[in-house]
Design a protein around this ligand. Structure first.
Ligand code: C2E
Ligand code: CA
Ligand code: CA
Length: 576
């Protein structure tokens, strides 16, 4: 039944209204003043409130204001009753959110008319609200299982569908193939052309896949640039053709906003029931096979093989030996010279860690860094690196070797250590080092996480006189705009841009843009991985400040580096 609250201090009028409305079939509650009115409104949540303006305790305006503030009563239709027909009063009431105004004396028809109009409007609003809520709920339900960008099923729906497909295949004694697809070096598209274009490429990839895959099979987007395809009851030759076909179709150029974008993809394939019976196992297999395709040169497909898993056994053995290696001090720091491009002289060095394994010989950090990160051993290793680099620098100073900068790589985990600045204070004090000679290299991808905390940390480190370099610039998720806000000193152009700088005009454009931007912000630019004279010439002509690379020297042991410095070795090929 529709419930109406009548707030009116004049007893005779209140009783009369209550009687009339009750007769009309409403459930009516009476309140003799505003304070009681608010209390009863909160308790009964009526469908409509009729309220006098001039009342003791809480007047009509105050009553309305109080009710509008409470979410449970804020939208109840509210009609003022008053003897005053003053326009100002009316306006004040409306501004506070009243829905209508009846001036005394009023007829029963006036009253019922106003009530009917308000209730009808409220019903329409409610209906609209219900419809919206329902639509939102179904949209939310849809996007809980679909990817918003491509409209493809997402990982949740994919997982359920794979489960169903596996059960079905098992009943029908059929095979089933699961293919994972990853776009090769997608981050380069994102970084060089922007995320909008990256998104368009993802959409285009989704469209191409949808067209190629028959309706009873499934295409899903699992994450970032990784897609999955489920193919039921497919023979191996047919599967190879499909894989080859996908690779071919994906490598056709994408025309987006006037850009012609070339990209390739890598596929990993696993087959039910031959490789695995369980859904999670199949997913793991497809992932493993896909990474194998990437490792072996990309733009290709690989079938899952059980040998690929043996690598994880190898991985565990490596973890144990990494731990032992730390205990037995098997690590070494090598130093790679940094050359000034205008003088050809060595101006600094980057310390790079090596593992001197008793049986396997020298192992490069690419082979064990991710393991050190995932096991947390990186913290011990990093502390050792910082300590060793500082001690080495102090020793060189004591020997009269002149080196204006020593760069140390820091891992993301180390940055999140609460005592990092303390650690540096202690190290610098213990070794009596000049702060401004120390540069910490931090990869760009780390900055885009925990931005505020890292901003504060950088400021603190720089305040101590330590320099900050952004490593592998251009490959992370951050954008050039970060540089304006981050307190940094140096940018290191990643090797992947330097490699083809003389043959790929996109890479050349990126390298030039990074150099120009850095200079406009008064930052120092170091190019990494310089191997050829042509690369060196390009960088010199475009005013890059320094470089590191095999063209001059790889990272070498400390004694060898010291000899190089003492001999005053410099780069003779500059400016040729
Ligand atoms: P990075 O910081 O980008 O280091 C540059 C890498 O490029 C080094 O590989 C270096 O030896 C190599 N390189 C130098 N010149 C050339 C060249 O002309 N051509 C080519 N192709 N490569 C060149 P490395 O020493 O294997 O280090 C790999 C990565 O491991 C480093 O990349 C860095 O991210 C990490 N790393 C190395 N030492 C440490 C360390 O002490 N602490 C931390 N946290 N990470 C480290
Ligand atoms: Ca580095
Ligand atoms: Ca680097």
């Amino acid at each position: 039944m529709t419930k109406i609250l009548v707030v009116e201090d004049m007893d005779s009028l209140r009783e009369e209204i209550i009687e009339t409305l009750t007769y009309e079939g409403f459930e009516v509650i009476g309140a003799e003043n505003g304070a009681v009115g608010v209390e009863l409104a909160l308790k009964h949540l009526p469908n409509l409130i009729i309220c006098d303006v001039m009342m003791p305790e809480l007047n009509g305006y105050e009553t309305l204001t109080t009710l509008r503030r409470d979410p449970s009563t804020s939208t109840i239709p509210f009609i003022f009753l008053t003897a005053k027909a003053d326009k100002m009063d009316m306006r004040q009431g409306m501004q506070l959110g009243a829905d209508d105004y009846l001036t005394k004396p009023f007829t029963i028809e006036d009253l019922l008319g106003a009530i009917a109009a308000r209730l009808e409007k409220q019903a329409i609003l409610q209906e609209h609200f219900d419809r919206e809520t329902e639509q939102t709920a179904s949209r939310m339900e849809y996007f809980a299982r679909h990817d918003e960008l491509t409209n493809l099923p997402n990982r949740v729906l994919f997982h359920d569908s794979l489960q169903q497909a596996v059960s079905h295949a098992s009943q029908q004694r059929q095979t089933l193939a699961l293919i994972f697809l990853d776009i090769d070096q997608f981050h380069i598209i994102n970084n060089s052309l922007g995320h909008d274009i990256g998104d368009m490429v993802l959409k285009a990839v989704a469209e191409r896949l949808k067209v190629m895959i028959p309706n009873h099979d499934m295409v899903a987007r699992l994450r970032g640039d990784v897609f999955a395809v489920i193919l039921v009851d497919v023979a191996e030759t047919e599967l190879k053709d499909t894989a080859q076909n996908i690779i071919h179709k994906m490598s056709q150029p994408y025309k987006i906003y006037g850009h012609e974008i070339f990209t390739t993809c890598s596929l990993g394939i696993t087959i039910y029931p031959n490789d695995q019976l369980e859904v999670d196992g199949l997913i793991k297999n497809a992932d493993t096979a896909m990474y194998h395709a990437k490792e072996t040169g990309r733009n290709d497909y690989k079938f899952y093989k059980s040998e690929l898993n043996d690598r994880s056994a190898e991985f565990m053995a490596l973890e144990n030996s990494l731990r032992r290696g730390l205990d037995r001090a098997e690590f070494r720091l090598f130093y790679q010279p940094q050359i000034c491009l205008s003088t050809g002289k060595i101006v600094g060095a980057e310390a790079l860690v090596r593992w001197q394994h008793p049986e396997l010989g020298i192992i490069s950090p690419d082979k064990f860094m991710h393991l050190a990160e995932s096991t947390g051993l990186i913290l011990r290793l990093s502390e050792w690196v910082i300590h060793t680099a500082c001690a080495q620098y102090a020793a060189w100073e004591a020997n009269g070797v002149n080196l204006s900068r020593l760069a140390i790589n820091l891992s993301g985990q180390h940055l999140r250590q609460a005592n990092l600045t303390e650690l540096f204070k202690t190290m610098l004090r213990d070794h009596n080092l000049q702060h401004q000679n120390l540069e910490l290299e931090i990869t760009e991808s780390i900055i885009s996480k925990d931005t505020d905390a890292i901003l504060a940390l950088f400021s603190e480190l720089r305040h101590m006189g330590i320099r900050i370099a952004i490593d592998d610039f251009g490959t992370g998720f951050s954008s050039l705009s970060y540089l304006k806000t981050f307190p940094v000193d140096t940018i290191k152009i990643d090797q992947c841009f330097v490699r083809d700088v003389t043959s790929d005009r996109h890479d050349a454009a990126i390298a030039i843009a990074i150099i120009d931007l850095a200079h406009s912000l008064s930052l120092n630019v170091v190019a990494e991985g310089v191997e050829t004279q042509a690369q060196l010439d390009f960088l010199t002509q475009n005013h890059c400040d320094q470089m590191q690379g095999y063209i001059f020297s790889p990272a070498i042991p400390a004694e060898q580096f010291e000899r190089m410095l003492a001999e005053g070795k410099y780069f003779v090929g500059i400016g040729k």
